[in-house]
Write a protein that binds this ligand. Structure first.
Ligand code: GDP
Ligand code: CA
Length: 340
């Protein structure tokens, strides 16, 4: 934002300031994204760098088939949020929703009833399923859905192959359930013994994904779930190596030893990582992560030997409103440019 206030169109001063301003035009930023945490952060990126070309690589491990319809919660959260259709109170789902179809399904006794699907949202899933059934890959279907929403970023699923996160839980005996069943129906209360991205090993990145990483000026990790959002994207063969070759700056989803929202602590426990800003960065490791933003509460992370090789900056990380979120995105961009 600061940089846009410098006039550069006709009366641009010659010299370093002018050059720096022009550099932000056409800047290429690639962001790996989960759902709500990522979508809010992306609003900040668009506000801090309105002239940048932003490519978003979305998590599809949360995808699930319900009532025969393919539902992609994280892709839709990004698409609706950036396209102005999100329910602001929830952070997911459509604004001004009604639940006529869900009510009718329940009247038939058809389940599951634990996953909320509104009437407006249903239209997205019906059209997506129809296009997939006609043979279009998910990346093409996502592009077509975004023609309506115009999110202002290029939104790519991490893969066109089906990958589903499954959770081995200890719920009066061991059972393997879909991530959504553990997260939404069980509120992650049953301890996860293991979390696996089913199908990831034999999957390939969607067209354009590796190129978007390779061609980016830098890669950003929003404050998304490190296990079931960012971790799942990184489990698609090729993505982690491509990102490791670039400058990567991440934003901690953990503040003061707890997730800001949701139950990321339950996911971290399943992979043996502590719920702290330091432990999450150390889990990504200096081979992948170059810079890490932590909240002011966690500023001692900057001196933690566990983060040797990672540049740590502390600032307020609560995404409260547009200005606060844009400041976080600006700090991530500034650090990435400094390290690139
Ligand atoms: P999901 O797929 O909807 O769960 O969304 P993400 O994976 O993108 O993000 C979930 C993470 O966002 C959680 O671990 C939260 O702690 C984090 N988060 C949510 N709001 C904020 C915030 O205001 N600041 C920070 N730093 N993290 C946040
Ligand atoms: Ca998600």
């Amino acid at each position: 934002m600061r940089e846009r206030e410098i006039p550069w169109v006709t009366s641009a001063p010659r010299g370093p300031r002018a050059r720096r301003t022009c550099d932000t035009v056409g800047m290429r930023i690639t962001v790996l994204a989960g759902g709500v945490g990522a979508a809010r952060f992306l609003r900040g990126v668009k506000s801090a760098a309105p002239d940048a070309q932003v490519t978003v690589i979305g998590n599809t491990g949360d995808d699930i088939t319900l009532f025969g319809l393919r539902v992609c919660p994280d892709l839709d959260t990004v698409m609706y949020t950036l396209g102005g259709g999100i329910s602001e109170e929830q952070g997911w789902g459509r604004a001004d929703e009604t639940f006529g179809v869900s009510g009718e399904l329940a009247a038939y006794g058809a389940g599951p009833s634990w996953f909320t699907l509104g009437d407006r949202d249903f239209a997205t899933h019906i059209l997506r399923t129809q296009l997939l059934a006609a043979g279009k890959p998910l990346s093409e279907v996502t592009r077509l859905l975004c023609e309506r929403w115009q999110p202002g970023v290029r939104l790519l699923p991490m893969s066109d192959d089906t990958i589903e996160t499954h959770v081995l839980i200890d719920d009066a005996g061991r059972s393997l359930v879909h991530f959504q069943e553990w997260w939404v129906r069980l509120h992650a209360a049953a301890p996860a013994l293991a979390i696996t991205a089913q199908g990831a090993e034999s999957s390939a990145p969607a067209p354009g994904v590796l190129e978007a990483i390779a061609d980016a000026d830098f890669v950003l990790f929003p404050p998304s779930n490190p296990v079931v959002s960012i971790g799942t994207i990184l489990s698609v063969p090729g993505i982690k190596d491509a990102a490791a070759a670039k400058t990567v700056v991440g934003v901690s989803p953990i503040i003061g030893g707890a997730p800001v929202r949701g139950m990321a602590d339950a996911c971290l426990a399943a992979i043996g990582v502590q719920t702290s800003a330091v432990a999450v960065a150390a889990h990504y490791g200096p081979g992948l992560l170059d810079g890490w933003l932590v909240d002011e509460q966690d500023k001692t992370a900057a001196d933690d030997p566990a983060l040797a090789g990672i540049a740590v900056r502390a600032l307020p990380l609560y995404m409260r409103g547009t200005a606060a979120t844009a400041a976080i995105a600006q700090a991530a961009i500034d650090l990435a440019r400094e390290l690139a």
